[in-house]
Design a binder for this molecule. Sequence first.
Ligand SMILES: [Zn+2]
Length: 353
Amino acid sequence: MIHEIRKALQEEFAARRARAKALGETKRQKAYVQCPELKYIEEQLNALHILRVYLKLRKPLPNQVVETMKQLLPELDQGNAVQVEASVARLKQRKQALLDQLHLTEQDFRPVFTCTLCDDTGFLKDAPMGTPCNCAKIILVEKLREKANLPSDLDTFARFDASLYPDEPNAELYGIPQSPRQHMLKMKEICETFVERFTCSDTPNLLFVGRSGVGKTFFSSCVASGLLEQGVPVLYMPVSTLFKPFAAAAFASDEEKEMLQVLKDLILNVELLIIDDLGSEKQTATRYEELLEILNTRELNGRKHPCKTIITTNMTPKNLFDTYGERVASRILGTFDVLRFCGDDIRLKRKMG
Ligand SMILES: [Zn+2]
């Protein structure tokens, strides 16, 4: 699978570069149609550049070069370096004048890259060789998301409909003094702030608790789309698949092992990890040590770069202690801000899915 993803990445970048070049080339061809002299001058300049190289190296001119030069610049004494330089200068000046008339610059004909940090190579230009660009990470996460079978249509805060939440306070039923609507508007604000202040070191991890169908997945999806829009890599993992890369890969092929390693690195390092529906995994599939390793490693990585986690769960804090034990539960409750979600689940389930 890693081979597949790597190939898909390379193909994506090759396609982007081809598109970038084509965009520049199309503009050039358009300019040639408007001004055929520009085309002629560029041909002359290109030929002169080749001639210059031979003169500098003091190598005899190949017949083809001699013939091309005769056609393009019949007056020129091909062996006379001073004359060659004078022609280059004159043609460059003329070219500039033509570009000015067309309101264009040489820059307009250059490839129009999607990402100017890496010129669509996937590796940063102004960094040690082989440093991956953020855009490569985003595509990688995107490809992984495709492989993980996650919804491609992410929700956004703009789609949040407060009217789905009851406006009547009922402390006994909802466990909060204010109405669910007021409460959820506050939750929305907290989630939006999380997106806005994502890179700040004091932005906390978030734990979404509440019954099924009250909007936990919807909100985590909104946060994911908000960050993806800003170019922040996000990895969305249902808890049922979270532990797979950590399980013994004894029977995996070498390629699969490499893929699992990539996925494991992402789980530990990706800027935002969303663990969806903690507690819904089969009890036998729960891996407490691995969960602790994920949370601890991400906490450590968070000191070097943004490395935040959102967990959604139907469990109450008490359930967390009972199911995952003291070490895991206190790690979560100690380093996550708890956001309680409430409302009438049936109505919300129908409308928000
Ligand atoms: Zn890039």
